[in-house]
Design a protein around this ligand. Structure first.
Ligand code: NAI
Ligand code: A1CAB
Length: 276
């Protein structure tokens, strides 16, 4: 279904926001319906020239005629940004979508003066190439049409999953928000190991990335359990078995649980530190 075009203002035009709006533009969203704000004037000039979107260094001006606002600044500057736009959004009542880690929907609502339709989203940077994965949560007062719009917006750049409990967004952060970095780290480590084993880096990288892509596509397209797909590669007393046993002996499973727990805990900690 074609989504309606609404005027969207991104507050903050960094890694995450630009991955989303560039992904939207690549999917045919009209650039004249997108506005982005940021601190750096040269960055804004560059966005305007290369993408033909509207840009502004003034958040209050940039939200004046917006139907939807995407809050995409670092959590640490979010309160100050909300203060700058609160008067304006209390008059115009746009849909508010925050992509900030940790910060709770009610905290944002209060910082914006209260009574707002707030949706929290935990997206990820592969949105840039249309392969994002976003978790979404809506405050109870958000209208079905507003949920639908947020879903269509994020669906343009990837997969969406709604959660009914806001706390689950911290788990989504540990899965898909931060997750691309885990995979990039694995690619990085595999390349390093391959070079140690005598393979030139460029060839190794091509093989690694294609192997990652192949594994993902195979898991998605066959719908088989990852554990079974893993076993299919492990010939008895073969090479893969040695590698997998080494990972197991070195505590890979515990490591993943610890890392993802640390990630989710940090999101909750940020909410306590910043939410007051
Ligand atoms: N980077 C990622 O993979 C993901 C980030 N997020 C969330 O996205 C948000 C932004 O993160 P990044 O894009 O990585 O940060 P970033 O540092 O790349 O971008 C932040 C942007 O905010 C702008 N900015 C700073 N102060 C501002 C102000 N007062 N008014 C307007 N713009 C201002 C900066 O100029 C910059 O364009 C964070 O809240 C983070 O939790 C969520 C999911 C994934
Ligand atoms: O590292 C962070 O805090 C942000 C949130 C999820 C991904 N990047």
């Amino acid at each position: 279904m074609e989504m309606p075009v609404k005027k969207i203002t991104f507050i903050g035009a960094g890694n995450m926001a630009s991955a989303i709006f560039k992904g939207m533009l690549a999917q045919g969203y009209p650039p004249e319906a997108i506005t982005a704000t940021a601190r750096e004037a040269d960055h804004l000039d560059n966005l305007r020239q290369t993408l033909q979107i509207h840009v502004s260094g003034d958040n209050a001006v940039a939200v004046a005629d917006a139907d939807v606002i995407v809050l995409a600044v670092k959590p640490q500057v979010m309160q100050a940004v909300c203060r700058e736009i609160a008067d304006q959004v209390c008059q115009t009542r746009p849909l508010i979508i925050s992509v900030a880690a940790g910060l709770q929907a009610e905290t944002l609502n209060a910082w914006l003066g209260g009574g707002h339709a707030v949706i929290r989203c935990m997206p990820n940077t592969p949105s840039l190439v249309g392969a994002g994965a976003s978790g979404l949560y809506a405050l109870p007062g958000v209208l079905p049409a507003q949920r639908e719009f947020a879903d269509q917006l994020l669906s343009r750049v990837g997969l969406t999953e709604w959660v009914e409990q806001e706390a689950l967004l911290d788990v989504v952060t540990a899965i898909s928000g931060s997750g691309p970095a885990y995979f990039f780290m694995i690619f990085e480590m595999m390349e390093k190991a391959a070079v140690e084993l005598g393979m030139p880096a460029a060839e190794a990288r091509r093989l690694i990335l294609q192997t990652g892509l192949g594994a993902v596509r195979m898991a998605q397209e066959t719908g088989e359990e990852p554990a079974q797909l893993k076993r299919n590669v492990m010939s008895p007393n073969g090479t893969t078995e040695r590698a997998i046993h080494t990972f197991e002996q070195e505590g890979m499973e515990v490591m993943f649980l610890k890392a993802m727990q640390a990630c989710a805990d940090r999101a909750a900690e940020m909410a306590r530190e910043l939410g007051g």
